[in-house]
Each structure stands twice: as structure tokens, then as C-alpha cells.
Design a protein around this ligand. Structure first.
Ligand SMILES: [Zn+2]
Length: 320
């Protein structure tokens, strides 16, 4: 019965405290609510095709987007807390990894690393799984979560984030040319909100470069899904409205800023160029000049390499 789950979902075991949690989350910890919304977003785009939900990157990304939208900047969290503990609410059962011996000790899990070590994923009761697959039932469950865990003034914002999570996933597959998997966007005729474009472009580019900075090679990806790299446009979006992978590179924050400022560029042989300005000014970090002539890191497939024309235009317009 859907009613049973609506009641169930309204009464998840969560930490309650006016000191720790503000009115925005009705003085309750929002972890489980965000996890369920993140799961629903994957169901909505048919990214979950069978009754098995792994604690994978796409789910963590969705969770983090909700968290960052609502929670203060200094309050960090991880999906490692709510994911296993939803088993205590009858939402799902955990499936242990094949090499894990014995029962999963839920209370011992406090990091994504540990979660992935012991747990392969979660299986829902069959009827709840059917409700999740059904758009009407799923949206009823979503409304119940919004109503019970979030203040009225932020409910529409959270609902909008759900749409962004779903559409940006489609947008990222679209710009990667993997259109067999999702609904097509037609950039010529369709208005695509900026938040959808930004999140979709980031998802596509960062995964193509496996979270590694194309220019300096740094790769710092925490198991909680936080990464040091950003998705950079070679030619700014406002100029050509081009989100295709050949107009993008994954760059760390320092390289992104330096690239945009014209302190760094990439030559026609895909080698890093460093501006003479850096060598003259001792305030710039020393490692930047050591990157000169370094071969940039590129995606595996040639069709996603940064476009030589775009790189040339960037050199001509910005690099000095
Ligand atoms: Zn870098």
C-alpha cells in the first residue's frame, strides 16, 4: 500500500535538535530525506533499472547537490551516514560485498570508503520498488518528504533541485553524444536553465577527465564525491554558447583561474604554455612555470579531445 510507505517515510528515524538543526529542516537531520530524494532523481531518469541501488557516484552527486543547496557551507556531511541507516527504517536492506564476512555492522559506517568496502548496495521491498518506478507514486512520496522534513519556504527550491538533478544528467549524456540513453535536448529550440547546463557540463567534463586536472595532472577526489577539479570552458560559454566536450577541459582551481586569465594556454600539440609573466613575477607559485611543455591529460576517446581551433582562439584572445 502506498499509504503505508507515505506514513513510513514521514517518520524516518532522524536526529532531532533545535540546536543542531535549524527551522529550515524542521529541527531534524536532513540526511535520510536528501538520500531518498537523490534516489528518486535516479529513478526518474531510469538510471536505476532493477531493484538494486549501489552507493555510486551519481547518487552521491545528487545527495551533495541537495546538501550544498540547503545546508550552511561549514556543515559537511556524507551519504555514508544515511545510506546504511535507512535499513533501520525498512526502506531497504543492505547487500554485503561478496568478500565481506558476516552481517554488516551499520553503526560502524561513517565514511563512503567504509560503506563501499562492506556494502554493494541496497534492495527495496518489492512494493516500494514498484512505487519508485511509477511516476505518480514516486512524486507522492517526494511531496511527503518535502512536507515532513523541510520548511515551506524552501520546499520549492528543493523540488527545483530535483528537476535540475534529473535534467542535468540528461544534458551531460546529450553533450557527450550518448543520446541513445536519454531524452534529447535541442539546444537550438529549447530553453535550458543555466543551473541544468552548469551541472550537466560539469558532470560530463569531470568524468571524461576522471577528476584529473588536464594541465597539472592533480587528482584529488574524496570518497564523499568532492573533487578538486572544475569544468572549464575553453571559449567562454557567453561567447559561443558551446558546452560540447571539445570546448571543455577539467582543470583544478589554480589552473582554471590561470587559463581564464591568459597566464596559461595549450599549444597545437596539446602542450602547456606558461606566460612569461609568471616567470618574471615571483608572487606566482613556482610550480606553474614547471608545467611548461607538459603534455596535457586528455580524455580516452579522440572525439572528446579539446578542439584545436578553440585552443587557438583562446591563445589569440587571452594568452600573453
Ligand atoms: Zn591544475
Amino acid at each position: 500500500m502506498l499509504e503505508t510507505y507515505l506514513r513510513h517515510i514521514a517518520q524516518l528515524k532522524t536526529d532531532r535538535s533545535a540546536n543542531r538543526w535549524t527551522d529550515l529542516t524542521m529541527n531534524k537531520a536532513p540526511h535520510k530525506a536528501f538520500t531518498l530524494l537523490a534516489v528518486m532523481d535516479l529513478f526518474a531518469i531510469a538510471a536505476i533499472e532493477k531493484n538494486f541501488i549501489p552507493p555510486a557516484t551519481d547518487l552521491v552527486d545528487n545527495f551533495n547537490c541537495y546538501w550544498e543547496l540547503v545546508m550552511p557551507h561549514n556543515k559537511k556531511s556524507s551519504m555514508a551516514y544515511p545510506f546504511p541507516r535507512l535499513a533501520n527504517d525498512g526502506i531497504w536492506q543492505l547487500v554485503a560485498n561478496p568478500d565481506h564476512i558476516g552481517k554488516i555492522n551499520i553503526e560502524s559506517i561513517s565514511s563512503m570508503k567504509k560503506l563501499r568496502q562492506v556494502c554493494a548496495g541496497a534492495v527495496m521491498p518489492d512494493d516500494l520498488y514498484s512505487f519508485m518506478c511509477d511516476p505518480t507514486a514516486r512524486e507522492a512520496l517526494r511531496v511527503e518528504i518535502l512536507k515532513n522534513y523541510f520548511a515551506p519556504e524552501i520546499q520549492s527550491l528543493i523540488k527545483e533541485q530535483g528537476v535540475i538533478n534529473q535534467q542535468s544528467f540528461g544534458y551531460s549524456l546529450n553533450i557527450l553524444g550518448r543520446t541513445d540513453q536519454v531524452i534529447m535536448f535541442d539546444p537550438e529550440n529549447e530553453y535550458i536553465p543555466k543551473k541544468v547546463r552548469n551541472q550537466g557540463f560539469r558532470k560530463a567534463i569531470v568524468s571524461l577527465y576522471d577528476h584529473r586536472c588536464a594541465m597539472c595532472g592533480i587528482r584529488l577526489l574524496t570518497p564523499e564525491g568532492h573533487t578538486i577539479v572544475e569544468a572549464a570552458h575553453i571559449i567562454p560559454w557567453r561567447e559561443t554558447k558551446d558546452d560540447s566536450p571539445i570546448n571543455g577541459m577539467a582543470l583544478c582551481k589554480v589552473c582554471h583561474w590561470s587559463f581564464d586569465e591568459g597566464l596559461m594556454a595549450v599549444d597545437q600539440n596539446y602542450k602547456v604554455l606558461v606566460s612569461g609573466r609568471i616567470q618574471k613575477d615571483k608572487n606566482y607559485p613556482g610550480h606553474m612555470s614547471t608545467l611548461m611543455d607538459r603534455q596535457i591529460i586528455m580524455p580516452e576517446e579522440e572525439r572528446y579531445f579539446p578542439g584545436l581551433q578553440n585552443l587557438e582562439q583562446h591563445r589569440n584572445q587571452r594568452f600573453s
